[in-house]
Design a protein around this ligand. Structure first.
Ligand code: ADP
Length: 397
């Protein structure tokens, strides 16, 4: 494999560049805008079109040996025709198909015997039948999710009582966007922590996970990742087993991100699966022998998996999220953050900042010097202290 076509040209594709260079492969992207992050790092014959434009993907296929995804919101049905004509997709489309709709994804995981929150699918029109189903199976608080096209907490709402649920459904019926006419409703999990794992599966069926991390969300958006998570070996094993069961069942080739809840009594539940590299794995660029991006390209090229061990005792990753509408490149703040010992700033080069938009991230590698015997707890405290420092530089007071 010499040339990899990537559907999507955002920061995830941009972060594949270093790995592509190392492995001696070229990237070419399909992305809507010439200003998208991955455009400068990929070949000159990129395809500029929306990611769900299958005709554009046909063109991308002509310009590459294999196609992979940075973004899964594609038109699977239209792409299937290309697959029938011999276009090679990694992961294969069948591994993506059950995951694109949050309700289908929950059903797939449940049918595989994996632990998930209790859930139901609901129609937009609220009626007595829906109310009976909801009250008997879910109850309050509940979490309402748009079945499709949700990301970074967009389309996810925590609902405390029936009136606000009805209101949300009504509001969305008037501003109906595309296929968002249906929702998934599930029990609210009072988790003790949120965890995530990046897992890879090779063409030969070899599965390998990265160290499990703790993720910290605010208003449903990931703010920080602490690697590795301070969890028992039992929980670690359970999560590794979930990852292998899932990737083997999907016969997936590629890297997948799996988000999980850990409850106070040690129960693990799967929240969400993304069939691609994931924000929770960004720490691996600086903190692991092999990054998630290299691992992904290795699977796509049919190579053996790389070693996923960390090269340091711990790491903390902090997302740099937009907090205003602006065209600034925030150079001064970035330089200030770079002064933090062992800090690696990754700036995605987006031309416009908007509240909540991921503009970059910073990973700080930790060493053990300041930790006492209760190392894991101190690592978490240390990570949170560093994260607070970064956030106090980045966000206006
Ligand atoms: P997205 O696909 O937009 O990232 P998620 O389904 O991952 O949305 O939800 C985003 C965040 O919302 C989660 O990381 C978690 O903090 C919270 N959340 C989602 N579902 C639940 C749930 N069932 N119980 C408690 N919190 C939840």
């Amino acid at each position: 494999m010499k040339r990899i076509g990537v559907i999507g040209g955002g920061q995830l594709a941009w972060m594949m560049a270093g790995a592509a260079k190392k492995l001696g492969v070229e990237l070419v992207v399909q992305t809507p805008s010439r200003n998208d992050p991955a455009v400068p790092i990929s070949a000159e014959d990129n395809v500029f079109a929306p990611i769900d434009d299958a005709n554009a993907t046909a063109l991308l296929a002509k310009r590459s040996d294999v196609i992979t995804f940075e973004n899964e919101f594609v038109d699977i049905e239209a792409l299937s025709k290309l697959a029938q004509q011999g276009v090679c997709f990694r992961p294969r489309l069948e591994a993506l198909a059950p995951l694109l709709d949050k309700y289908h994804q929950r059903c797939y995981l449940r049918d595989l015997g994996l632990p998930v929150p209790r859930f139901v699918a609901i129609e937009q029109k609220w009626n007595t039948t829906t109310e009976v189903i909801f009250t008997s199976q879910i109850g309050f608080p509940a979490v309402l999710k748009a079945r499709r096209h949700g990301y970074d907490g967009q389309g996810t709402f925590i609902i405390k009582e029936i009136e606000s649920l009805k209101q949300k459904l009504e509001l969305h019926s008037t501003e109906k966007v595309g296929s968002q006419s249906h929702f998934l409703l599930e029990e609210f999990i009072p988790f003790e922590r949120e965890l995530a794992v990046i897992a890879a599966r090779s063409v030969n069926g070899e599965v390998c996970t990265f160290p499990i991390v703790e993720t910290q969300q605010e208003e449903q958006v990931c703010r920080r990742v602490i690697a590795p998570a301070d969890i028992s070996s039992k929980v670690t094993l359970e999560i590794e087993n979930i990852a292998s069961a899932l990737l083997n069942s999907l016969e997936a080739v590629g890297v997948f991100g799996i988000e999980l809840f850990l409850t106070a009594d040690g129960k693990v539940l799967v929240n969400e699966v993304a069939p691609r590299t994931h924000n929770s794995g960004h720490f691996s660029i600086d903190a692991c022998e092999t990054s998630q991006f290299e691992q992904h390209l290795r699977t796509v090229c049919g190579m053996h998996l790389g070693n996923t061990s960390m090269i340091c005792p711990g790491a903390v990753m902090v997302n740099l999220l937009g907090y205003e509408i602006s065209q600034s490149d925030y150079m001064i703040k970035r330089q200030q953050i770079e002064q933090i010992p062992q800090a690696h700033v990754h700036w995605y080069g987006k031309t416009e900042s908007r509240p909540g938009r991921k503009l970059g991230h910073v990973t700080v590698l930790l060493d053990t010097q300041n930790w006492d015997q209760a190392m894991a707890i101190s690592r978490r405290q240390d990570s949170e202290r560093i994260a607070r420092n970064i956030e106090s530089i980045w966000y206006p007071q």
